[in-house]
Design a protein around this ligand. Structure first.
Ligand SMILES: Cc1ncc(COP(=O)(O)O)c(C=O)c1O
Length: 448
C-alpha cells in the first residue's frame, strides 16, 4: 500500500467523516493518523511515537501487535475468515462461547454474539422484552440511570442518560424510568459516595418496583459510569440492585462493555460484588482490542423462554451478517489465553496500587476538581476554580487542549469533555505508567 503522508492527511479531511467529531473543527486542525503499533506504543505516519494511554478507546489489553494474537489471526485466516452463524456454526465461535461461560459469573450459560458494545446492549433489551412476551406478559418499561451510556444505537440510547449525546434523539426513544446517577446523587447531598445515598437510591428503586407491574428490566453499567466521566457507584450498589430485581421478579442487565476484561482489576466487575445478572454485555477488550466483537451472556431461564416448535414464533429474530465472525472469535480465544499465560490480572494488582498512590498528587493541583478511579479506570476532572467549583466553559475545550499538549509530549489521550481519562493497556509497565502520569500532571499544572 503506497501513500504520501500529506495527501493522506488531505484525503482524511476530505472523505472521512469521523465519529464523535465536529468535522468543521477537525478539518481546521492538525490530524493525527496512526500507522502502526507495538506494545503500548502507537506510531503515526511521520513515525512519531505515542503511549496509547486510552487503550485505543478502552479496548486494547495486552498491547498492540501482540505475537500470540497476531498468530491466532494468521492461523484462522489460513482456514476461513468468515462463515455465517445463522443456522450454522463455526469452530472458534463455539469454543469461545464455552470459554466465556466458564469464566462468566455463575448462571450465565448462553452466549449471543454481535459486533459492538451498543449492539450487545440492544440484544439484551430485545431479549428481555421478548422474554416477557414469550411468557405471556406484556411489559414495556425499563429502569435505567441518569448519566448512563450504553452505546449509540437507538435502543442503547433509550437506556442512556447523557443529555449531550442523547438529547437530540429523545422523540425516537422508548419509555424508561431514570433513577439518579449514584455519583451525582451522592455528590449533591454529601459531596462523596456514601452508604446513606446508596440506601436512599435503593429504596427509591424498591418503591418503583413495588408500584409497577410493567417493568421489563433494570439496566446499568458495572460499578462505574465510564462515558459520563468515570462516575463510580458506591460499593455494593450493583449488588443491592441485584437483590431488588430478584425480590421483585424483574430482569437485570449489566453492561460490562467498558469494565470487562480486567479493567477494574478482576475479569468482570460483577465478580467484585458477587453479582450474577440475567444479562451481561461485553465488548471492547474481548478481542484484546483487535477486532469488533461483542457478546450478550444470559441464563438458561431466559434461553428456555425462547424454545418452542418452529411455528410458535418464539425464537429470537435477530442477527447480523458478521455475527460470531471466525477471525474475531479466534483472536478473542487467544486474548483469554494470554490473560492466563502472562498472568495479566495478577500483574495488574501492583499497578493499580501504584496508580492509586500516584493519583494522590493530582488532588493537589489547582485545576483538578476531582480524581475518580475504579481499578485501572481513571477520570481526572479539570475545573476552572477549585474554591467556587466553577467549570471551564464548554466551548473552550480545555480537556482537548490538555490532551493535545500531552500528545506533543508523546502521550495519546482522548478526554471526555474536561475529564481526562486514563485507561491504559493492562500490559503497561511501571515506567511507561509514570511517563503518562508525569506528562499529564505537568500539562495540567501549566493551565492558567
Ligand atoms: C458501558 C458501555 N457500554 C456500551 C458502550 C458502547 O460500545 P461500542 O462503542 O463498542 O458500541 C460503551 C462505549 O464506550 C460503554 O462504555
Amino acid at each position: 500500500m503506497n501513500w504520501d503522508p500529506k495527501l493522506l492527511e488531505s484525503w482524511d479531511k476530505e472523505y472521512f467523516w469521523h465519529p464523535f467529531t465536529q468535522m468543521k473543527v477537525y478539518r481546521e486542525e492538525e490530524n493525527l493518523i496512526f500507522e502502526r503499533g507495538e506494545g503500548v506504543y502507537l506510531y503515526d505516519i511521520y513515525g512519531r511515537k505515542f503511549i496509547d494511554a486510552i487503550s485505543s478507546l478502552w479496548c486494547n489489553v495486552h498491547g498492540h501487535n501482540h505475537p500470540k494474537l497476531n498468530q491466532a489471526l494468521i492461523e484462522q485466516l489460513k482456514k476461513v475468515a468468515h462463515t455465517t452463524t445463522l443456522g450454522s456454526s463455526n469452530v472458534p465461535a463455539t469454543l469461545l462461547a464455552k470459554r466465556l461461560v466458564d469464566i462468566a459469573p455463575k448462571g450465565l450459560t448462553k452466549v449471543f454474539y454481535s459486533e459492538d458494545g451498543a449492539e450487545a446492549v440492544e440484544i439484551a433489551i430485545k431479549l428481555a422484552y421478548q422474554f416477557w412476551r414469550n411468557k405471556g406478559e406484556k411489559r414495556r418499561v425499563f429502569i435505567t440511570l441518569q448519566e448512563a451510556y450504553h452505546g449509540d444505537t437507538l435502543g442503547a440510547v433509550s437506556l442512556g442518560g447523557i443529555d449531550l449525546f442523547h438529547g437530540t434523539y429523545r422523540d425516537l426513544l422508548f419509555e424508561t424510568i431514570k433513577l439518579p446517577s449514584p455519583y451525582m446523587f451522592c455528590k449533591e447531598r454529601y459531596g462523596k459516595l456514601c452508604e446513606e445515598c446508596k440506601k436512599e437510591l435503593l429504596s427509591l428503586l424498591e418503591k418503583i418496583l413495588q408500584s409497577r407491574d410493567d417493568i421489563v428490566a433494570v439496566s446499568l453499567e458495572a460499578g462505574i459510569q465510564a462515558a459520563a466521566g468515570m462516575l463510580p457507584f458506591p460499593k455494593g450498589f450493583l449488588r443491592g440492585v441485584r437483590e431488588l430485581t430478584k425480590k421483585y421478579g424483574v430482569l437485570m442487565i449489566v453492561d460490562e462493555v467498558a469494565t470487562g476484561f480486567g479493567r477494574t482489576g478482576r475479569m468482570f466487575y460483577c465478580e467484585q460484588e458477587e453479582v450474577s445478572p440475567d444479562f451481561m454485555c461485553l465488548g471492547k477488550g474481548i478481542t484484546g482490542g483487535y477486532l469488533p466483537l461483542a457478546v450478550t451472556l444470559t441464563t438458561d431461564e431466559v434461553f428456555n423462554a425462547f424454545l418452542g416448535e418452529f411455528g410458535e414464533l418464539k425464537h429470537f429474530y435477530h442477527g447480523h451478517t458478521y455475527t460470531g465472525n471466525n477471525l474475531a472469535c479466534a483472536v478473542a480465544l487467544a486474548n483469554l489465553e494470554v490473560f492466563e499465560e502472562e498472568r495479566t490480572l495478577e500483574k495488574l494488582k501492583p499497578k493499580i496500587e501504584h496508580l492509586t498512590k500516584r493519583l494522590e498528587e493530582f488532588y493537589e493541583l489547582p485545576h483538578v476538581g476531582d480524581v475518580r478511579q475504579l481499578g485501572f479506570m481513571v477520570g481526572i476532572e479539570l475545573i476552572k476554580d477549585k474554591k467556587t467549583g466553577e467549570k471551564f466553559p464548554y466551548g473552550e475545550r480545555t480537556g482537548f487542549k490538555v490532551a493535545c499538549k500531552c500528545r506533543e509530549r508523546g502521550v495519546f489521550l482522548r478526554p471526555l469533555g474536561d475529564v481526562m481519562v486514563l485507561m491504559m493497556p493492562l500490559v503497561i509497565g511501571f515506567e511507561e505508567m509514570d511517563t503518562v502520569l508525569d506528562t499529564l500532571k505537568e500539562v495540567i499544572k501549566s493551565l492558567s
